[in-house]
Design a protein around this ligand. Structure first.
Ligand code: ADP
Ligand code: ASP
Ligand code: MG
Length: 406
């Protein structure tokens, strides 16, 4: 007997038939004698619809009310799945975030889980009851409903698995595992049997939305045995594991991309001490996160271009802040460019192999793709490119690092 957390994403519960299919998968585990907690997302498209409704009513809305609205999708699916399970003769009960409770911070729209008390759920396992839990939802100390950010049901599942010391946390989704690149744009992407927590953390934070970044962080911290697998086919998926559990590391394990950033160039700012501190200090005060940064060396020692990226949805607030600073840093022009993509390669093997970045740059150059900004860390290299090159760049790098499926 094992204790399992099974998480099903939006596509997996996207219709009545699919919910019934999920119920069958869950019943199988129950029949095998396992204790099961299920975590579900809203039906596919539903959260987007709810986000749209909130924006339509008021472009600038109260984040607490946003959470009340967008969390409702998960209420529907826990109820429906519980009914479907009961219909198959399985003892099942639904749980909303506040009922469990999943206690979170009060950062509405992007709350962090602080504590989960799953004692009642675990108590009910003794009666063979399946806990059908709403993903994405929590409750703040103010007793207001919170949500965990887009894709947050992954984090709900991992956090629940950690809290109930589950033997495994299975993330069922619309692909049959973690691939070397998003299989929707890299047709030659191949499925990985295993990937390290560290690599998956980088891939997720650099755009691979197959797992929410925080879910990987949490799995790594609590050593949750995490698997990504198909909700439609019964195939082994991809295990996310410790570094020691992988015998041979690829130099590059995956290629990923994100269109979530926008580039800003401050043309001809003063090249003198304190300018960067002023610009990035003002952005930080306005809670605008800056990611990649390049500053050219000025030829005359007087003025230089300063280029950096911010979240695409933070571009407008960033521009407002910069407009106010324009005079102070003596900047000629502020040039925003939202049409960029950040493409990254990730792999533990980079620690011990030289020349990886060089291979990346040459491969892009051969296709005539211009690199606008570069950033590196121990196990990744990211480049900023014109958005139109997204697919070409991902495919090119996938081939250059020998990741193409045979
Ligand atoms: P769910 O609704 O089940 O949470 P998501 O849409 O959030 O599913 O995540 C699954 C999607 O992640 C896949 O359909 C795939 O397009 C995308 N994806 C991006 N990068 C990868 C990758 N490296 N491996 C697998 N899937 C990926
Ligand atoms: N339904 C939420 C979303 O679409 C949470 C999730 O699916 O993980 O972002
Ligand atoms: Mg998801």
């Amino acid at each position: 007997m094992a204790r399992l957390v099974m998480k099903f994403g939006g596509t997996s519960v996207g219709s009545v038939d699919r919910i019934k299919n999920v119920a069958k998968r869950v019943k199988k585990e129950v029949d095998a004698g396992n204790e099961v907690a299920v975590v579900v997302s809203a039906m596919s498209g539903e959260t987007n619809r709810l986000v749209g409704l909130a924006s339509d009513v008021a472009a600038l809305h109260d984040a607490r009310e946003y959470d009340v609205v967008v969390s409702s999708g998960e209420q529907v699916t826990v109820g429906l799945l519980s009914m479907a399970l009961q219909d198959l003769g399985v003892n099942a009960r639904s749980w909303l975030g506040w009922q469990i409770p999943v206690k979170t911070s009060d950062v509405h729209g992007a709350a962090r889980i602080e504590d989960i008390d799953c004692s009642e759920l675990v108590e009910r396992f003794k009666d063979g009851q399946v806990a059908v839990c709403a993903g994405f939802q929590g409750i703040a100390s103010s007793r207001r409903i919170t949500t965990l950010g887009r894709g947050g049901s992954d984090t709900s599942a991992v956090a629940l698995a950690a809290a109930m010391e589950a033997d495994q946390c299975d993330i069922y989704t619309d692909v049959d595992g973690i691939y070397t690149a998003d299989p929707r744009i890299a047709t030659k992407a191949s499925k990985l049997d295993r990937i390290t927590y560290e690599e998956m953390l980088e891939l997720a934070s650099l755009g691979a939305k197959v797992l929410q970044t925080r879910s990987v962080e949490m799995a790594m911290k609590h050593r949750v045995k995490l698997q990504v697998l198909s909700s439609f086919e019964e195939l082994p998926g991809t295990l996310v594991v410790d570094e020691d559990d992988i015998v041979e590391h690829q130099v590059v394990s995956g290629v990923t991309y994100t269109r979530d950033e926008a580039k800003v160039t401050l043309q001809q700012v003063n090249d003198q001490p304190g300018v960067a501190a002023l610009v990035f200090g003002a952005l930080a005060d306005a809670h605008v996160n800056v990611d990649m940064i390049v500053q050219n060396v000025s030829e005359d020692g007087k003025a230089t271009d300063l280029t950096f990226t911010v979240g695409r949805n933070e571009l407008d607030p960033a521009l407002k802040v910069l407009e106010n600073l324009k005079g102070e840093v003596n900047c000629k022009a502020i040039v925003p460019d939202p049409n960029v993509v950040k493409v990254s390669i990730v792999g533990m093997g980079m620690r011990s192999h030289a020349g990886v970045a060089q291979t990346m740059f040459s491969a892009l150059a051969e296709k005539g793709i211009n690199i606008q900004v570069i950033s590196t860390s121990e196990i990744k290299v990211s480049v900023l490119l014109a958005e139109e090159y997204t697919e070409l760049a991902v495919r090119t790098l996938h081939s250059a690092f020998n990741l193409d499926a045979a």
